[in-house]
Design a binder for this molecule. Structure first.
Ligand code: HGY
Ligand code: MN
Ligand code: MN
Ligand code: MN
Length: 403
């Protein structure tokens, strides 16, 4: 008997959850990630699906011949941000298995292969780059770039993969695999309140905002916190703090978003003026021009503050995802399959679907999140809405794979 949606949810819920914060710490290629990947493999084998892990560490569970081509693939990711919520990623993977179960139970006659996918390292929580598994597969990240990724302990991505039993030697573009995918549909919890405001349980994605990550390094002069006159200081924390305020101001002015959510201080001593303050900016906007304007204004403000404080500043763009407009053909087909009344909404959140949309026809379904909160242990979606998402996904899979 294959586990139901609720049983799968219960099985996965404790994996990688911090007892204190109740948030998830499922970072790529760690023990918690290995437990999630073992869970995925069990789900595949329990259903008699053909299980595989590809050269980039993405997991696939196939119904039908993986080599036949024109496959309909659905899935998402199982890794999390630090203290992430239960739904971001896992809802798409669990719903994919549940929708496939529904389709098989209905006796539908499949005319195309189906697959459930778990994309490796979507959040980039450990190595700092989002969507590593799907970017490698789609040829948007080179092997050299991937090999240069390292975590806070200096462990490189290939070292972490090897330690987890995944050979990093073969990572890289996988055009053969992509050429066999006719459509990819990712179901995801909404990370916002559009569906709550419209009163719908399920929505379809229209676009993903352009977004990126920039690292601001403020180099000052370490000194004694108790004996150094204020006028003699080159304190990088001051310029960093003013830049955080400038980021909020510039984002408000432009109707964009900008967040310094991660900061590292050296030497990080209470009684030492820092030598270095390193802050990571995540900024997103509805269009490229606005995003460019906001980030340039933030960088200009940062340079002015650094100059005034006698501090050196370097700014590095660490990653960037251009705007994703999901193709109308598949999007409209989903809407037709689902009765034409499903709201279409944009999002500021990045997804594997956004990466893969450059290579295969791609669409996204969103499930209502009543508070809109995400990347937090408070993330929530009601079970009825999750089951409505499964039914919608099952309908989409049937509409696409049972022609
Ligand atoms: O950052 C994002 O938007 C996604 O959750 N990785
Ligand atoms: Mn996320
Ligand atoms: Mn996600
Ligand atoms: Mn995603």
């Amino acid at each position: 008997m294959t586990p139901s949606f609720t049983e799968m949810w219960r099985e996965l819920a404790p994996v990688g959850r911090d007892a204190g914060t109740r948030g998830y710490r499922r970072y790529a290629w760690t023990g918690a990630d290995a437990d999630c990947r073992a869970w995925f493999r069990e789900q595949a084998l329990a259903r008699g699906l053909t299980y595989e892990t590809d050269r980039n560490g993405n997991q696939w569970a196939w119904l039908g011949d993986p080599a036949a081509g024109d496959a309909v693939v659905t899935g998402s990711h199982l890794d999390s941000v630090p203290d992430g919520g239960a739904f971001d990623g896992p809802l798409g993977v669990i719903s994919a298995f549940a929708a496939l179960d529904e389709l098989r139970a209905s006796g539908a006659h499949l005319t195309r292969p189906l697959a459930v996918a778990n994309f490796a390292d979507e959040e980039g929580a450990r190595f700092g780059l989002a969507c590593v598994g799907s970017r490698l597969t789609a040829g948007q990240l080179t092997k050299e770039q991937a090999y240069a990724l390292r975590d806070a302990d200096g462990i490189t991505l290939p070292q972490a993969m090897e330690a987890a039993g995944q050979d990093p030697g073969a990572i890289g573009p996988d055009p053969g695999r992509l050429s066999r995918i006719g459509a990819f549909v990712e179901l995801h919890v909404e990370q916002g309140r559009a569906l709550d405001l419209s009163g719908d349980a399920v929505g379809i994605a229209s676009a993903i905002w352009p977004h990126g990550r920039w690292r601001f390094d403020f180099h000052g002069e370490a000194n004694h916190a108790g004996t150094t006159r204020l006028a003699d200081r080159r304190d990088p924390m001051i310029g960093y703090a003013r830049t955080v305020l400038a980021a909020r101001r510039e984002a408000e002015l432009a109707g964009a978003v900008a967040t310094f959510g991660k900061v590292a201080v050296e030497p990080n001593g209470v009684n030492a003026i820092p030598s270095l303050v390193r802050g990571w900016l995540d900024s997103r906007a509805a269009d490229q021009a606005t995003l460019d304007t906001v980030v340039s204004a933030i960088e200009e403000a940062a340079r002015e503050h650094a100059r005034r404080d006698g501090v050196d500043l370097t700014v590095v763009r660490e990653s960037f995802t251009p705007v994703v407009e999901f193709g109308h053909a598949l999007r409209d087909e989903l809407n037709r399959i689902l009765g034409g009344k499903i709201p279409v909404l944009g999002t500021g959140a990045g997804h594997d679907a956004g990466i893969l949309s450059a290579a295969v026809p791609t669409a996204m379904l969103f499930v209502r999140n009543p508070t809109g909160v995400s990347h937090s242990p408070a993330e929530f979606a009601a079970e009825d809405d999750c089951l409505a998402g499964v039914r919608a996904l099952a309908g989409v899979l049937e509409g696409l794979a049972c022609r």
